[in-house]
Design a protein. Structure first.
Length: 418
């Protein structure tokens, strides 16, 4: 009998790890990592690598790929992902090891061995693992990302992974319409809320930047290196701002991979324009220049936990002409959350007199989006993962009332029998 085991992301955001098992084999979808407030890694539940028929990495965010090298220390299960996901995953894992290697049970050699033996696959390309088949579907989350449709023992399971149903600069909406499945495992990161209209947010973001720069200030935009930074660059490039724009941190490296894999980028020309026309920070001399004149600085990391964004924050925070515009989720205990909640920054409690705002440029589906997604397919059952219990309960209630579907909210370690 086919079953699904939730090894991570049950009643929590991140640490994604979903195992589908049947009489003919097993497929692990994602194996991510979370971090506690002291930056210690929190891995998913253990699975024996030699028992896996295959592993799929749905996209290149650490909460979906960060624990995957654990599976390749002694044996090498077959690994599948899109080419872009594999390229960016290598950069992310190497950076994670560089920052916190002392707390990790693997090194760069394990990562390189894992990725060198991987098989790249495209969307809608069926892979047969013997008693189990799967294919990747366009998920609309970030470039190269995928949902996974698995068929095992006469049952069909859709794992959406992170998914989005709206159009952004980098991505089109998910292509999951018309599917018929026994179980859909869907993310619920924003299960209790809805995003404001995207165009409204982009316009407000740009106008806020304009106000700051034209008043002689510097606007720091801390961004996630993967996708969010490149999305912000595209938003700016579309509007042709007359001011200086600086790009710093791993945002540059990931953008280069995006340009290399142009077929995954919806508005490729905007990203190419941004990388061609904006100032790419190449070293400390550029860094010291960037914050001394009015303009915009797009820099990682998105939660201000490290990277060049932290350097800039310390230098612009106390000037009320400047601004810190947050465009990413700010986790509990992070400097970004601290600024939003207290107006102070870091352990030194630097008073942030700069203008502070948060803009919702999320690449995750919201509550209305989940309802719309489920209406577009035929599903017998729904399992909610990758969300807080409060958000999941709100979403489950609406799904039951509006769609009449059976909804489960599994915890880490739970099994769903099919």
């Amino acid at each position: 009998m086919a079953r699904v085991r939730v090894l991570g992301s049950g009643r929590e955001v991140g640490r994604a790890a979903i195992l589908v098992e049947g009489s003919g084999g097993s497929l692990l979808m994602d194996y991510g990592v979370n971090f506690d407030e002291r930056d210690n890694p929190i891995f998913p539940e253990y699975v024996r690598p030699r028992d896996l028929s295959g592993v799929v990495l749905t996209h290149s965010h650490l909460d979906h790929v960060g624990a995957s090298p654990l599976l390749y220390i002694s044996v090498k299960p077959r690994l599948y992902a899109t080419p872009l996901t594999l390229d960016v995953t290598r950069v992310l894992l190497h950076d994670m090891i560089k920052i916190g290697g002392a707390n990790l049970p693997f090194d760069e050699g394990v990562v390189d061995d894992m990725l060198s033996s991987a098989t790249t696959i495209g969307y809608n390309e069926e892979v047969d693992l013997g008693g189990l088949r799967f294919k990747l579907l366009y998920s609309g989350h970030i470039p190269g990302s995928a949902s996974v449709l698995v068929e095992v023992d006469g049952r069909a399971v859709l794992y959406t992974s992170d998914v989005n149903v709206i159009e952004t600069k980098l991505m089109g909406p998910a292509m999951l319409d018309g599917l018929s499945v026994d179980l859909v495992i869907v993310e619920s990161t924003y299960g209790s809320t809805n995003h404001p209209p995207r165009q409204f947010v982009e316009d407000r973001f740009y106008e806020s930047l304009r106000e700051v720069v034209e008043s002689g200030g510097v606007a720091l935009v801390p961004v996630f290196s993967v996708s969010r930074g490149q999305e912000v660059l595209c938003i700016l490039a579309e509007r042709d701002p007359p001011w200086q724009v600086w790009v710093d941190g791993m945002v540059r490296d990931v953008a280069e991979f995006y340009l290399k894999h142009s077929g995954y980028i919806r508005l490729y020309g905007l990203l190419a324009k941004a990388m061609r026309e904006y100032n790419l920070v190449r070293g400390w001399q550029d860094r010291r220049i960037a914050y001394r004149e009015p303009g915009v600085i797009v820099a990682s990391s998105g939660m201000l936990k490290g990277g060049p964004s932290l350097y800039y924050l310390k230098r612009i925070a106390e000037n009320p002409k400047n601004a810190v515009f947050l465009v990413s989720f700010q986790g509990r205990g992070t400097p970004g959350r601290q600024i939003l909640e207290t107006g102070l920054a870091l352990a030194e409690e630097i008073p942030v007199r700069a203008r502070v705002e948060w803009f919702d440029l999320s690449s995750h589906i919201d509550q209305n989006g989940v309802i719309r997604l489920l209406k577009s397919m035929k599903a017998d059952r729904v399992a909610l993962v990758h969300g807080t219990p409060r958000a999941q309960e709100a979403l489950a209630k609406r799904i039951r009332e509006e769609l009449g579907l059976q909804v489960e909210i599994p915890a880490v370690g739970d099994t769903i029998e099919l």
